[in-house]
Design a protein around this ligand. Structure first.
Ligand SMILES: [Zn+2]
Ligand SMILES: [Zn+2]
Length: 265
């Protein structure tokens, strides 16, 4: 049995915790360590629930507090060698990361904790490198795909095996193009190496849908170019189009700056 809590999701900060029977993995550290402590205490947990940290990429909204976690919690930090090389020089992490460094090997299952084996796949995003994750625990497969300009064949393959899928639904195309972002920022977001639109998210849902999928969580919603209702309704329509009866899959939006409940997956 896995449990999951998102502390925050989006450009304001990304951080979540995946719990197994005897260990837990913090995914990204873009939320202050004080807030994580408070949210953990609110569900009866402490820092000892964190056995390891996984990092998706080296943007501030994912690593802002990683240095503090290394200093205060001191658990192994797992990511690719390329990302670790970047974190060794990044001002948010360079003073603290080295003793915690653990490089994930590509193309194999990495035994990250007693409960969890982890594989990564590279997704297109304008960071040093950006990783999607497939995390195996017992017969369950948790797949996380965030900050990706478009879905690659490999990411779709992992999504189509997930029992829980955390998938970016960043922006509504009309809100982005009609909004007041400068043109360079609009281009950055929607030209293939930025973020996944609601429409592109629906396409991933349709292409990867399979009977074992139990939980679908929409993540990294834009604060300016999306609303939780738009993203949710868009995913509902995609599931309906595929003939999925309401309630068959637990669909949820992971909110900006607000923790989810502690969820059983
Ligand atoms: Zn991000
Ligand atoms: Zn990013």
């Amino acid at each position: 049995m896995m449990r999951f809590i998102s502390f925050s999701s989006g450009s304001c900060g990304n951080c979540s915790l995946l719990l197994g029977p005897g260990s837990g993995i913090l995914i990204d550290a873009g939320v202050s360590i004080r807030r994580v402590k408070k949210e953990l205490e609110a569900v009866g947990l402490g820092f000892d629930a964190i056995s390891a940290i996984l990092v998706t990429h080296d943007h501030g909204d994912h690593i802002r507090s990683l240095g503090s976690f290394c200093k205060r919690v001191g658990v192994p930090v797992w990511t690719s060698g390329a990302l670790h090389d970047a974190l060794a020089y990044h001002p948010f992490t360079r003073d603290w990361i080295t003793p915690c460094r653990q490089d994930l090997q590509p193309g194999v299952w990495n035994p990250v904790t007693a409960d969890f084996d982890v594989r990564y796949f590279v997704v297109p995003h304008d960071a040093t490198q950006c990783l999607g994750y497939a995390i195996r625990c017992g017969g369950e497969l948790f797949v996380l795909m965030t900050d990706l300009g478009h879905a690659t064949p490999e990411s779709l393959q992992w999504a189509s095996m997930a029992t829980t899928l955390v998938l970016e639904s960043n922006y509504d195309v009309d809100m982005l193009l009609g909004g007041d972002y400068p043109q360079y920022l609009k281009d950055r977001i929607c030209h293939g190496i930025g973020h996944l639109s609601n429409d592109a998210c629906a396409e991933v849902i349709v292409k990867s849908l399979h009977p074992e999928l139990k939980n679908l969580f929409l993540c990294h919603l834009s604060g300016n170019n999306n609303t939780p209702q738009l993203a949710y309704d868009n995913a509902v329509r995609a599931l309906e189009r595929e003939g999925v009866a309401p309630g068959t899959i637990a669909l949820r939006v992971l909110h900006r700056g607000v923790a989810s409940p502690l969820l059983n997956l």
